[in-house]
Design a protein around this ligand. Structure first.
Ligand SMILES: Nc1ncnc2c1ncn2[C@@H]1O[C@H](COP(=O)(O)OP(=O)(O)OP(=O)(O)O)[C@@H](O)[C@H]1O
Length: 617
């Protein structure tokens, strides 16, 4: 191994397959100080100035550890397996060097097939990767043709997309196989043209049922083709794929991808839990959102589609606007909901990541791969996952709430990985009922903790006091009663009708007028009943002073963070950490007694408030 080129940075372990050195030895070859000195920027990694400018326009100024490790190797033409935790920047780790290669080595005009294939497991990811490539290319002002293929495309659409041919193809393996078997893509053309193959979210590709498609496709991948395999976890499926397509690859492992303790959870996500009965979850989540005890944007996970709509209807009565995202909605709508949420058009998204509850019954790998996978790998923990969780880059999500606990520990890791991405910080709050204690213990055990022990990693949520919950109980229970099963069923059907209409009728129009998409709203009110005006705002008298203070602190923290990426403001991160309200605040109230006068005032006001509350409820 050429040591000068392969120094591990930020504890990244770099090994070439077949190399005998134990990992610890490779890790220990370099001290922390050496690593800090080696924190190269994009320029020092040899990145084209056009790409550096493009990244900078996206507020990306310095490479993440996996990017620092992978980019030079990929530029050198090596096969690479990159394993790094979720949200660590793996997409640019391969996209940036791939584009740079295509810039400097413009694909031959004689090519009859794309020069680079990027294969991903879901349509959502296809769209996401496609958008990232397109925006980089546009910002660099370089002429490269990129297309995405999805299984819903007709043969003539596929033909049109592949005519040219494009330089980069983003697709699922099933769709490539469809194009191959229908003669739209020719095996010989792939053998002659393909130079780079990327398998993104590699740990999911096989479990989504693409094994046969991949085997058929890789038979045509020429030996000289550079293969890159990106994955958030290590698994036997990744090893299988590695054997299928890579030749003597460099294996980059960020320590976070170990299989125990803090290694699996992004370190910049603070994890909290609230223990309550299943019935009380509604009043707890209402308190979290309505009293602004969590920072926006908020991504809320449920395990069933009905529960998502129940929550949406419940929130609507309190003037909280939210959108629902699930596998049942048409693809165009799903992508658009994601776009709007990422663009900040609404603050609360209720996502359902359980393929078991999608109830469409279609055998569509791109949408329902997880369902298919469960037949093949009945014991795999990823079984319950659906395409809107893994790999999807939700932008600026500050809080993930597990309204329902995920069914697997792996599901938990990936859900909370939707916040705290790259250099950002985030928090997760899990509402845990007694029926969900088993999965909570399982999650704790993957973090390396023993059964029944208090968790060192997942702390009780400190900002929500019993008083605050009780102050909202009457209203919450009253509204909850009005959100009946029939109301949920009707609004689910209504939403589906709306979205199908949006999706089909407007598709052609939006292709010509993309800006009109902004007019399409996904967070529209579904309740038939108008929300009662008195439920919109929580009157001050319902709030105890501790909760008011907690809410103020959360708002201040949010304001202090502003809209900019903290990484861009030097020294900010450290400051924020030390003042992080979630670390220092407790709903039990401040330890130090407030000044006498202040206390009296608070107490008097409190009593007055209680009197008023009695009168009004
Ligand atoms: N060097 C960087 N500095 C700051 N932000 C970055 C950097 N690189 C990537 N990002 C941002 O970090 C977020 C996460 O990146 P990305 O989606 O590539 O992560 P990932 O490792 O692929 O995660 P997952 O395994 O969940 O797919 C994205 O919003 C991306 O724009």
């Amino acid at each position: 191994m050429a040591k000068s080129k392969l120094k591990p940075e930020n504890n990244t372990v770099i090994q070439q397959e077949g190399e005998n050195k134990p990992q610890e030895q490779v890790e220990n070859e370099h001290t922390q100080q050496e690593e800090e000195e080696e924190e190269k920027n994009f320029e020092e990694l040899g990145i084209d100035p056009r790409l550096i400018r493009a990244l900078s326009k996206k507020s990306i100024e310095k490479p993440t550890p996996i990017q620092r490790a992978a980019i030079p190797l990929i530029l050198e033409g090596k096969d690479v397996v990159a394993r790094a935790k979720t949200g660590s920047g793996k997409t640019f780790a391969y996209l940036v060097p791939l584009l740079q290669k295509l810039f400097s080595d413009m694909p031959s005009k004689k090519n009859l097939a794309p020069t680079a294939f990027i294969l991903v497991p879901t349509r959502e990811l296809c769209q996401q990767v496609y958008s990232e490539v397109m925006s980089l290319i546009e910002l660099c002002r370089v002429q490269l043709k990129v297309v995405q293929l999805t299984s819903s495309m007709s043969a003539s659409d596929l033909k049109t997309a592949l005519a040219g041919p494009p330089d980069i193809l983003v697709s699922t393996p099933a769709c490539v196989q469809k194009s191959l078997s229908s003669g739209i893509l020719l095996a010989k053309a792939i053998q002659d043209s393909l130079s780079v193959l990327v398998l993104d979210e590699a740990d999911l590709l096989l479990s989504y049922g693409y094994e046969d498609d991949l085997k058929a496709f890789t038979a045509h991948v020429p030996k000289r083709c550079q293969c890159l395999l990106m994955s958030a976890t290590s698994s036997t499926d990744v090893d299988k794929l590695k054997k299928l397509v890579l030749h003597n690859p460099y294996i980059l492992t960020l320590p976070e991808v170990g299989d125990v303790k803090d290694d699996v959870i992004p370190k910049n996500v603070q994890q909290f839990y609230i223990s309550c009965s299943a019935r009380d979850k509604l009043v707890h989540i209402l308190a979290l959102l309505k009293l602004e005890l969590v920072q926006k944007k908020v991504l809320i996970y449920t395990n069933t589609i009905d529960m998502s709509y129940r929550l949406k209807l419940f929130f609507e009565q309190f003037g909280i606007k939210s959108a629902v995202l699930n596998a049942e909605l048409p693809q165009n709508s799903r992508l658009h909901i994601l776009e709007e949420f990422n663009a900040g058009l609404f603050d609360y998204l209720i996502a359902n990541d359980d393929s078991q509850s999608t109830a469409t019954g279609k055998n569509d790998k791109e949408n329902h791969g997880a369902g298919k996978k469960s037949k093949k790998h009945p014991k795999r923990k990823l079984d319950g996952e659906f395409g809107v969780v893994r790999g999807i880059d939700f932008k600026n999500v500050h809080t993930v709430i597990n309204y329902d606990m995920p069914r697997t520990a792996t599901g938990y890791v990936h859900r909370i990985g939707r916040t705290g991405r790259a250099y950002n910080t985030g928090a997760s709050v899990s509402l845990i009922s007694s029926e969900e204690m088993e999965i909570f213990e399982e999650i704790k055990s993957i973090l390396g903790e023993n059964d029944g022990e208090d968790s060192k990693f997942i702390a009780p949520f400190p900002l929500l006091s019993k008083n605050a919950v009780e102050s909202l109980r009457y209203r919450a229970e009253d509204v909850a009663r009005s959100v009946t099963k029939i109301a949920v069923k009707e609004s689910r059907a209504q939403d589906l009708r709306n979205e199908i209409l949006n999706s089909q009728k407007l598709k052609a129009h939006f292709q010509d007028n993309p800006k009109d998409l902004d007019l399409l709203k996904h967070d529209i009110v579904l309740s038939k009943k108008d929300p009662a005006p008195h439920l919109r705002d929580v009157p001050e008298y319902l709030l105890d002073p501790t909760t008011q203070e907690a809410s103020k602190i959360v708002k201040l923290a949010r304001a202090a963070m502003g809209n900019t990426n903290p990484v861009r403001r030097k020294g900010f991160k450290g400051k924020f950490r030390s003042k992080n309200p979630l670390k220092t605040f407790s709903s039990e109230g401040p330890k130090r007694a407030p000044k006498a006068g202040v206390k009296r005032k608070g107490k008097d006001k409190d009593e007055g408030q209680r009197r008023k509350k009695k009168q009004s409820i």
